[in-house]
Ligand binder design. Structure first.
Ligand code: CP
Length: 330
């Protein structure tokens, strides 16, 4: 089953031992070889997605339900495209039009979807831990599309694939993540992923937006953005997550941009070929200037979106191998 584009195939075991998890809830706790296996599996889908005919029917006959309790553009659409390109029937449950609005509980909603014999569920929810709770109740693999401030594992994987394609090996790379670290599930998944793969990760935020226990995640905290940028190979900017803030965390957007916004002048402090990343959606002119976000040869923001479809194809393929009785995965 290993892709011919698998550059690290000698680093993980064969068959289901390469990724023994039933669900994909978090990147915390995954072994480096489990992450490398998913990145390698995605390579074949990067290639397929660049062809005029983007179709492989290995999931034909399977039903995938995307249940998004929070808004999304990139994650919802890329999971839908991923499932369809693999031949599955994909159904999106949009909460605004669902019986959640009539007061149905999370568990009752999950059990209702389970009774429809889904073969995989992709869940986004505003509460940290909600996706794991659903995974414990249903019969099929569950993929976390972002739960509260906890994790966004496919975002971490697609970011790692983007970095690997631009920079190669992770060991020796310095990656600076700047923004609302406190509320960011993207930051948490990236920290777990990139430190597990051997990169040095710096995190930078105003003191009010830095988690108190951040050093336990094996990263170095910075409060001065210029210092955090010095010599970085990759600069990943994050949005202020206003929807998760109660109270005032920054003096004003203008002050925030002055101290923590990525401008062309600031980018010059990183390495001359430093990659610029942002998971989106962006607040242009606050955490990142347009002339940086759109900088040819340096901005990887659209590449991140492209890698997102490939990573989600890989995750859907791998997590359904047991139910499809793929050789070595039964
Ligand atoms: N990066 C990301 O999760 O974007 P969406 O909220 O649009 O899915």
């Amino acid at each position: 089953m290993t892709s011919p584009n698998a550059p690290h195939a000698d680093r993980y075991p064969a068959g289901s031992a390469a990724f023994p998890q039933r669900d994909l809830i978090a990147l915390a706790g995954l072994a480096p070889w489990e992450i490398l296996f998913l990145l390698d599996e995605a390579e074949q889908w990067v290639e397929l997605n660049r062809q005029p005919h983007k179709r492989d029917d290995r999931l034909a006959g399977l039903t995938i339900i995307n249940a998004f309790f929070e808004n999304s553009t990139r994650t919802l659409l890329s999971f839908e495209i991923a499932g369809k390109r693999l031949g599955a029937d994909v159904v999106n449950m949009l909460v605004a039009q669902s019986s959640v609005k009539k007061g149905e509980t999370l568990i009752d909603t999950a059990m209702t979807l389970n009774a429809m014999h889904a073969d995989a569920m992709v869940i986004r929810h505003q509460s940290s831990g909600a996706v794991r709770l659903i995974a414990e109740k249903v019969d099929c693999p569950v993929l976390n599309a972002g739960d509260g401030q906890h994790e966004h594992p496919t975002q971490g994987l697609l970011d790692a694939l983007t970095i690997r394609k631009a920079k190669g090996e992770f060991a020796g790379l310095t990656i600076t993540i700047c923004g609302d670290i406190l509320h960011s599930r993207v930051a948490r998944s990236n920290i777990h992923c990139l430190t597990t793969l051997g990169a040095e990760v710096r995190v930078c935020a105003p003191p009010a937006l830095m988690p108190a226990d951040i050093e336990a995640l094996k990263v170095r905290p910075y409060y001065d953005f210029d210092a955090a940028l010095a010599g970085a190979d990759v600069v990943m900017m994050l949005r202020l997550q206003q929807e998760r803030m109660s109270g005032q965390f920054i003096p004003s957007p203008r002050e925030y941009r002055h101290l923590y916004g990525l401008t062309l002048d600031r980018l010059a402090r990183a390495k001359g070929d430093a990659l610029v990343m942002h998971p989106g959606p962006m607040n242009r002119g606050i955490e990142i200037d347009s002339n940086v976000a759109d900088l040819p040869g340096r901005s990887a923001i659209t590449a991140q979106v492209e890698m997102g479809v490939a990573i989600r194809m890989a995750c859907l393929d791998v997590l359904t191998r047991r139910s499809r009785k793929v050789e070595g995965w039964a």
